[in-house]
Write a protein that binds this ligand. Sequence first.
Ligand code: PLP
Length: 353
Amino acid sequence: MTLQSPSHGGAIDKAAEKYGIAPQEWLDLSTGINATPWPISSFDPIHWQRLPLASELTALKQAAADYYGIPDIKHIVCAPGTQALIQTIPFWFADQGKRATAHIIGPTYAEHALGWKRAGFKTNTVMTTPENRKTAIADILGSPGGRDDIVILVNPNNPDGGLIDQVTLTELARMATENGKWLLIDEAFMDCSPKHSICPKCHELDHLIVLRSFGKFFGLAGLRLGCAVMRPDLAADLTDRIGPWAIAGPALAIACTAFGDRAWQSGMRNQLCDDAKRLDALIDAHSDLALLGGTSLFRLYHGKNATGLANHLGTQGILVRLFDDNADRIRFGLPGQEKDWQRLERALAAFRN
Ligand SMILES: Cc1ncc(COP(=O)(O)O)c(C=O)c1O
């Protein structure tokens, strides 16, 4: 089935064309990718030369399990990015004879609905707010019928940052199991609030699938690594579907070390939390936009001049994220280096004057 791809952040090539500013001049704040990446040190060039070893994938899974709080590596499937899992899982589900409705808890990352549609599923996007999200999910998972229906939740949500706590989600995932339904939780932006992750509960929840993205918090989106977490028999089957050598050798080596770097992780969480507050203060001082929500990796604001501000920033070579379905919303990623903060501040100040 051919479906139109949604627009995404990060398209500085298109912005370069639109505003006539060379791609290397852009400050890209249109994504939720950490602008201060985990510092890659040199690794053995052998990783470029030979195929990755099974033992290296096992070591990566162990490092991921320790980092995500997963009790056994048998729950983990690795893939070249969460996006690859978002596209593969619906077809894999269909091949197991699970052909029901995919309920997408919106507004959210558009690739989820697209993935299930592409695989021929009926989709039902339920528009929610962070406040009524839990009830919307409970209504679907608790209703009679709809066997094998699947609810897709991004938690914390992109773009509004709405977060459902672990205890509530554990109850909802139990409800899914009891009623023969499924709950898929995309935790791509969970790294700054790890205590809310449902990963440590995965061994208790048979009808739960969790997605984790390596690229966002570690600031290495180009490395392409994502994990799915689920019941071991399902994980083994999905692993077969992904096939051998899916993760590049250098990615295995780098991610394995990054997952183990606890000092960098805790320092980065604190820094991003401070930076999110700094961005909120900057937007408050220089615009009429109001904060709607966010995580420590991106902030969502609302206001009548959102599109005008995005255009103004575009003329200054600063890319932010607008949304096709709501012209009053604007999402900012966080600048990394001090010079980028200053550049953003200057551009914002010029908009007000
Ligand atoms: C909610 C969400 N899930 C998954 C992805 C894909 O991430 P990855 O780089 O791991 O493929 C994105 C990318 O923006 C996202 O916003």
